[in-house]
Design a binder for this molecule. Structure first.
Ligand code: FNR
Length: 364
């Protein structure tokens, strides 16, 4: 089968993965209305291309947090990447480095943060953090991430408890016995141990998350770490404003791949009001439902400085390990670059809000 777009990778991966893994990767919360809308909402937006502009020097480069990236597309944190392919997190992280983009490692990875750092030294890596009831576990994980060279902490705030994912309940999803959540297996993290084969993620680890978190804990974190703190899971301008007031360096508008609150807005719907509220004073990024270059273009036009791919990377990994992720990133990069040319944008700064309108614009 020739794989030329990200949806091809989803189809190919669906034929490879066993039911347990496929359902875990694919699934969303509740009736999966947000899951569907996360993707479909992009199709309700229209692109207004501009012509007769000099396109001799087109590029997709972007700068943020003091670094330059080849494209404004990175890899979102997703748990247990070795379930997709033995190359797992290391394969995905190396692929990100080769593509010149950011890799965010999940706390719930099947490779330790140190091993990923050692194997992918040239990749810009951020560490996604969950805050645990046992603060010593959190503290040691932060220090480990700092020491290993991660460049930012991405705190996921939208999972104080776990969304209801029906297929995982039906499948009695557990960490496959040959895999471990390696960040918890070191001596430094005695308070939380992974238990392969036990209903690992569902009952064990999630029960260790600190459900009492408030903005005070974000203040603590900013004080505690020397790394920039980014909050992932913002869906309202109110929380975006609070993030700004508490001194957070950036936010990722996200609904956790529609795995938490069903009927929460699609992230591309939530993005514009958040960008209007805080976009000129802090770094706004987003993820959710990005499947092609035109989705990226729309998110950039509506105020995101970078977008992240979740499931599409898992499909690439499933199909071809590191090479599969490289191919997925190359496809979406080329797609964005081509579209920018078609729309008269020589760089990402030229992707302006007025270039994207809701379909209702044409029927006023
Ligand atoms: C996730 N996501 C996620 N987020 C996070 O902060 N920590 C995590 O460990 C995980 N794990 C995870 C596993 C799987 C299988 C999926 C699909 C998602 C959410 C992820 O970072 C991102 O927000 C979404 O996946 C983006 O949406 P798309 O690109 O999958 O539509």
């Amino acid at each position: 089968m020739s794989l030329i777009c990200l949806n091809d990778y989803e189809r190919a991966a669906s034929a490879i993965l066993d039911k347990l893994a496929l359902d875990y990767y694919k699934g969303g919360a509740g009736d999966e209305l947000t899951l569907k809308n996360n993707v479909e909402a992009y199709s309700r937006l229209r692109i207004r291309p501009r012509f007769l502009r000099d396109l001799t020097e087109t590029n997709t480069r972007c700068s943020l947090l003091g670094n330059e990236y080849k494209m404004p597309i990175g890899i979102a944190p997703s748990a247990m990447q070795k379930m997709a392919h033995p190359e797992g997190e290391i394969g995905a992280a190396i692929a990100a480095g080769k593509a010149g983009c950011v890799y965010i490692l999940s706390t719930l990875s099947t490779t330790s943060l140190e091993d990923v750092a050692e194997a992918a030294p040239d990749t810009h890596k951020w560490f996604q953090l969950y805050i645990f009831k046992n603060r010593a576990v959190t503290e040691s994980m932060i220090r480990r991430a700092e020491k290993a060279g991660y460049e930012a902490l991405v705190v996921t705030i939208d999972a104080p408890v776990r969304g209801t994912r029906r297929s995982d309940i039906k499948n009695n999803f557990r960490v496959p016995p040959h895999l471990k959540l390696e960040n918890f297996c070191g001596e430094l993290c005695n308070g939380v141990r992974c238990q392969p084969g036990v209903a690992g993620v569902n009952h064990f680890l999630i029960s260790k998350f600190d459900t009492s978190l408030t903005w005070k804990d974000i203040d603590w974190l900013i004080e505690f770490t020397k790394l920039p703190v980014i909050l992932k899971g913002i869906l309202t301008p109110e929380d975006a404003q609070l993030a700004y007031e508490h001194g957070v360096r950036g936010i990722i508008v996200s609904n956790h791949g529609a795995r938490q609150v069903d009927t929460a807005p699609a992230t591309i719907e939530a993005l514009p009001e958040i960008s209007r509220a805080v976009g000129d004073k802090m770094l706004v990024m987003m993820d959710g439902g990005i499947r092609a270059g035109n989705d990226v273009f729309k998110a950039l036009a509506l105020g995101a400085k970078m977008v992240f791919l979740g499931r599409s990377v898992l499909w690439g990994l499933t199909v071809g390990g590191q090479k599969g992720v490289e191919d997925v990133l190359e496809i979406i990069h080329t797609d964005l670059e081509l579209l920018m040319g078609l729309c008269g944008c020589v760089n990402v700064k030229e992707i302006k809000p007025q270039m994207v309108v809701h379909e209702s614009y044409y029927w006023k």
